[in-house]
Design a protein around this ligand. Structure first.
Ligand code: PLP
Length: 460
C-alpha cells in the first residue's frame, strides 16, 4: 500500500501541499512557479509521444493558441445564454460542423442536431438517457434494455447503472467485430437501442455498423454509433482513400452519434459532441422544470453551469484546422500507424489483432503480454493493457508522428520481447490483477481494489 501511495502521490516532498486553506493566500508568483515545476515533471513523457492516446495534438503553437482563446472566454457559461450568447453560438456551430462532417448533409432536408458535452462518457450517458425516455414515452417501455458489443466502451455500463437500463453484452466474432447474429438474438420487446463503435477503444476495429443499424431500423429501435474515438478521424481517412466502412448519418438506421472533439478534434480536454437524427429525439435529452422557486430552469446536458471557455476553444480548434488541417493530421497519423503495424508484423512473438487503422492492439501466444507491457513501461512508454483476451494497444496520435518515433517504438518492443523471453519467471506487476479480473468469482475483489485505488488518489 505504501508503494502504491508513493507511486500515485509523488508530490509530497518539495512541493506545496495543503489539507486546509492556507491562512493567508499564497502569492501568485509562487503558485505559478509551482505550476511550472509540476508541468516540467509531467510534460516530457506525453510531449515526446511516449503515451498511448491521451494527448491527440499537443504542438506548443496549437496549445498556446487554445489557451489564449480559453483565457478570453474563461468567465463565460452557456447556462447564462443571455449574458454570453457567443458561447451558445460557438456550440451551435460546433454541432453543425460535426454533423456536416458525419454525413448529415447526405439528406438535404436533414434534421440532424445535437449538443456539446464534457466528453465521450457524457455524450454516451445523455444519449442512453435519451433513448430510455424516448422509449418510455413513445412505446411504453418501463424495463429498458440496450444491446452493446463486448468491446463497446465502459461508459455504456455506467449509463446502464445510472439510468436503470439493462445492458445486454453480445460477443464479438473471431475478427473482434460485433457479432450481428448475436445482436439479432439479443433483441427483446424491451430493447430500446443497439450500439456499435467506430471504432471501439480496445482493438480499434470498426463494428459492422451498416448491418447493425439496419437491424435496429428493421425493429424500430434506436441505433447509436460510438464515434468518440474515430468520429473526427475516420471521415478524413475515408477521403484519403483508406478502407473505412460507413458508420455515420449516411446510413439511414443510425439515429445518434457521439464524436469527441477533445480527441481527434484536437480541442482542449473537456468537450465532445452528441448528435441525433432529429430534434424529436434530442428533446428527450433536455431537462426542464417549471416549479422551482429559483425560476424556470432548463439545461441540455448533465451539468448545470458549464465552462464556456472550453466550447470557445473547441470552436477555435475546429476552425483553425479546417478540412485541410484535419486531412493533413489524419494522413500523418495513418502513415505512422502503418509503420508501427508493419514493424509489429515482423516480431514473431507478437500478433497484431486484425488490421486496424490507428488503434493498434497486439497479443502474444508465447509470452505474458503484460510482462512485455511492463518492460515497455520501464523504457518510458505508456501503453494500454487490455483483457479478454490479454493484449496491449497503442492509440496513435499526432504526438507519435514525430520523426522516427514509430521505429523507436518497434525497436523498444523488440528489446522488451527479448527481455521477457530471457526471463520467463519474472513477476508481472499488473498481470496478476488482470488475471484476477478474468475469474468471475474474484471480480468483486478487483472492484474493491479499484475503489481503494481511487480513495488513495483523492486523498491528500
Ligand atoms: C470508443 C470510445 N468511447 C467512449 C470513450 C469515452 O471518452 P471520455 O474518456 O472522453 O469520456 C472513449 C475513450 O477513450 C472511447 O475510446
Amino acid at each position: 500500500m505504501q508503494e502504491l501511495q508513493k507511486s500515485l502521490k509523488p508530490y509530497h516532498e518539495g512541493f506545496l501541499s495543503f489539507s486546509r486553506l492556507p491562512e493567508e493566500g499564497c502569492g501568485r508568483e509562487e503558485i505559478l512557479r509551482e505550476m511550472e515545476k509540476l508541468k516540467s515533471v509531467e510534460e516530457a513523457r506525453w510531449k515526446e509521444g511516449r503515451v498511448s492516446g491521451a494527448v491527440y495534438h499537443g504542438d506548443s503553437g496549437h496549445v498556446d493558441f487554445l489557451n489564449q482563446v480559453y483565457a478570453l472566454n474563461s468567465q463565460s457559461n452557456p447556462l447564462h445564454a443571455d449574458v454570453w450568447p457567443s458561447t451558445t453560438k460557438f456550440e451551435a456551430e460546433i454541432v453543425a460542423m460535426t454533423a456536416h462532417m458525419l454525413g448529415a448533409d447526405a439528406d438535404p432536408g436533414h434534421g440532424v442536431c445535437g449538443t456539446v458535452t464534457s466528453g465521450g462518457t457524457e455524450s454516451i450517458l445523455v444519449a442512453m438517457k435519451t433513448y430510455r425516455d424516448w422509449a418510455r414515452e413513445t412505446k411504453g417501455i418501463t424495463a429498458p434494455e440496450m444491446v452493446a458489443p463486448a468491446t463497446a466502451h465502459a461508459a455504456f455500463d455506467k449509463a446502464a447503472q445510472y439510468f436503470g437500463i439493462k445492458i445486454i453484452r453480445i460477443p464479438v466474432g473471431p475478427d473482434f467485430r460485433a457479432d450481428v447474429v448475436a445482436a439479432r438474438k439479443a433483441i427483446t420487446a424491451n430493447t430500446i437501442v443497439l450500439i456499435g463503435s467506430a471504432p471501439p477503444f480496445p482493438h480499434g476495429l470498426v463494428d459492422p455498423i451498416e448491418e447493425l443499424s439496419e437491424l435496429a431500423r428493421e425493429h424500430g429501435l434506436g441505433f447509436h454509433t460510438d464515434g468518440c474515438l474515430g468520429g473526427f478521424l475516420l471521415p478524413w481517412a475515408e477521403k484519403l482513400g483508406y478502407p473505412v466502412p460507413r458508420f455515420d448519418f449516411r446510413l439511414p438506421g443510425v439515429t445518434s452519434i457521439s464524436a469527441d472533439t477533445h480527441k481527434y478534434g484536437y480541442a482542449a480536454k473537456g468537450t465532445s459532441v452528441v448528435l441525433y437524427r432529429n430534434a424529436e429525439l434530442r428533446h428527450f435529452q433536455y431537462y426542464t422544470t417549471t416549479d422551482w422557486p429559483g425560476g424556470l430552469y432548463f439545461s441540455p446536458t448533465l451539468a448545470g453551469s458549464r465552462p464556456g471557455g472550453l466550447s470557445a476553444a473547441c470552436w477555435a480548434a475546429l476552425v483553425t484546422l479546417g478540412e485541410s488541417g484535419y486531412l493533413r493530421a489524419a494522413g500523418a497519423i495513418l502513415e505512422t500507424a502503418a509503420t508501427i503495424k508493419q514493424g509489429l508484423r515482423e516480431i514473431p512473438e507478437l500478433q497484431l489483432i486484425g488490421d486496424p487503422l490507428f488503434v493498434i492492439a497486439f497479443m502474444s501466444e508465447t509470452l505474458d503480454i503484460f510482462q512485455v507491457m511492463e518492460a515497455m513501461t520501464r523504457k518510458g512508454w505508456g501503453l494500454n493493457g487490455l483483457h479478454f483476451p490479454p493484449a496491449v494497444h497503442i492509440c496513435v496520435t499526432l504526438r507519435h508522428t514525430q520523426p522516427g518515433l514509430g521505429q523507436r517504438l518497434i525497436a523498444d518492443l523488440k528489446e522488451a520481447v527479448a527481455y521477457v523471453k530471457g526471463r520467463p519467471d519474472a513477476p508481472a506487476g499488473v498481470g496478476p490483477v488482470y488475471g484476477m479480473a478474468s475469474v468471475v468469482e474474484l471480480r468483486g475483489m478487483v472492484s474493491e481494489l479499484l475503489r481503494m485505488y481511487m480513495d488513495v488518489l483523492y486523498q491528500v
